[in-house]
Design a protein around this ligand. Structure first.
Ligand code: MN
Length: 207
């Protein structure tokens, strides 16, 4: 997905709107993907339409190199490019068809043991970041520039890539991600989501 270039396209969910119930209800899933994510894609394309020098840049390059692009388009790339990249990963990280039995393996498992000791401690740190994010944003498990795992709480649609860090797991804590089903019970949403993370997909992000 990070290799996608202008014009950007909304990736399909890859599963039915009901596939991640009960953690994510079908209505939230369809509104979130079909309307919110689509809007980030459409707004990114609109902002870049006349920026022809950026049309050969990938989504990953646009985010990692933000400071190098014309000032007038930076906010749009940050918000809508970030929104596109963040959500494209988010859909893949969710396990369709019931509680996920996957556990971190390979390189990711080694890094979690080194940097958090246990998977449970890593999940607890992610939850703490998700709960502590004031207002709209995401909690992230990232790989830093020095190849450590770290937890970040980032506002709005800021991608870890803006700071040269690789997103591994993202928890969307915008109210649009959970309010229809959970209202103000963010902790319940985060718990349910963490139980549905596909750690095989997360492991694929560690390159
Ligand atoms: Mn979202």
């Amino acid at each position: 997905m990070l290799s996608q270039k202008y014009p950007f396209v909304l990736p399909p969910l890859g599963y039915a709107n009901t596939a991640v119930e009960p953690a994510v209800d079908a209505r939230t899933m369809s509104v979130h993907h079909d309307l919110h994510h689509a809007a980030y894609v459409n707004n990114l394309n609109a902002a870049l339409k006349t920026q022809t020098t950026l049309h050969d840049r990938s989504l990953g390059e646009l985010l990692m190199g933000l400071r190098r692009w014309p000032e007038g388009v930076r906010t749009a790339i940050r918000n809508n490019g970030g929104g596109h990249a963040n959500h494209a990963l988010f859909w893949k990280l969710l396990s369709p068809g019931g509680a996920d039995a996957s556990i971190p393996s390979g390189r990711l498992a080694e890094m979690i043991t080194r940097d958090f000791e246990t998977v449970e401690a890593c999940k607890a740190a992610l939850k703490e970041a998700a709960m502590g994010q004031f207002g709209s944003g995401w909690a992230w498990l990232v790989k830093t520039a020095t190849s450590r795992l770290a937890i970040r709480a980032l506002p709005n649609q800021d991608s870890p890539l803006l700071e040269g860090e690789l997103p591994i797991v993202g928890i969307d804590v915008w109210e649009h991600a959970y309010y229809l089903k959970y209202q103000n019970r963010r902790a319940d949403y985060v718990d349910a989501l963490l139980a549905r993370i596909n750690w095989t997909v997360a492991g694929d992000q560690v390159v």
